[in-house]
Design a protein around this ligand. Sequence first.
Ligand SMILES: C[S@@+](CC[C@H](N)C(=O)[O-])C[C@H]1O[C@@H](n2cnc3c(N)ncnc32)[C@H](O)[C@@H]1O
Length: 326
Amino acid sequence: MSHAPKPNPRHFVTDEKAEDHARILANRLKARYRHLARKFRRAGIEAFRLYDRDIPEVRAVVDWYQGHLVVGEYVRLQTGPQWLPRMARAAGEALNVPADKIYMKRRRTKAEAEPRYPRASAGGKRIVVCERGLKFWVNLGGALDTGLFADHRDTRALVRQIAGGRDFLNLYAYTGAFSCAAAAGGAKSVVTVDRSAAHIQWAKDNMALNNFRGRAYEFVRADVEEYLETLRRSKRRFSLALVDPPSFSKRRGTGTFNVNSHHAQLLTNVLTVMAPGASVIFSTNHQRFDPKLGRLKAKRIVELTAQTVPEDYRNKLIHRCWRIDM
Ligand SMILES: C[S@@+](CC[C@H](N)C(=O)[O-])C[C@H]1O[C@@H](n2cnc3c(N)ncnc32)[C@H](O)[C@@H]1O
């Protein structure tokens, strides 16, 4: 006999209710697509968010990737297994996207959390999407994250704009999208650091896809804190850095990294490898981030969040972002 708690029938989303949700989502998607698609097409942007839990009852996110859709559900007990496929079908019909170009993702709540990066290349084929003249590989059918964080599109534009002639250090680089932006902006050198071999390979692929090859572009598979210590001893210095750590992560031998408790020390360590006059862009997507930047030895610290969260994101704190000038 099973001891699993029975779902409360009163809390279950009925077929009728789910039909209602599907209709609301379809209408909203059509309106958002009409509003966003043309201007993004003109700007050469092929990855953007169409629905960001706009209506609290319909707990979904829908992202557009060059004619493909990724439909996610913030999983809750109230919906059965059919809710997400139903929303995905409604989204496809609303935007004329065939079923083989629609991907479904269940975003689990904290209690049911599974690793955020199960395996970078777990299943699915990769496609290329463009963003303002740059190209990126994305994998829509693999892990929860696709390889490109569209919410950082305008942060990438900023890095591109200020990277000219600078030595750029990309920490927690993931698939190297910021490295591509810096290279496109004319960075003198780019060092891409991540501890995942799969992410470093993906970053190399993205740089190669944009024809950024050669000795100016270095890839380092390492723990960021350990690499910063190596850099500090080497006396090598940088003039621009991007620091975008995960909210939480397990570190070999030294317990867990928690951005709320550790960002001030991390940034202090980053500043020791920066040259005078350098800039550091720091970002986090911790949803309850408590910044403690007051003690950093910097000339100027400015929060950029209002500029860097793009208009297609309804959650205006999807990430928070600062520029630290030395
Ligand atoms: C939030 S993602 C960074 C997103 C990236 N900046 C972008 O916009 O595409 C976090 C990345 O940090 C890497 N990572 C986590 N802990 C790390 C550590 N201690 N040292 C190096 N990389 C780490 C993960 O492999 C992952 O690629």
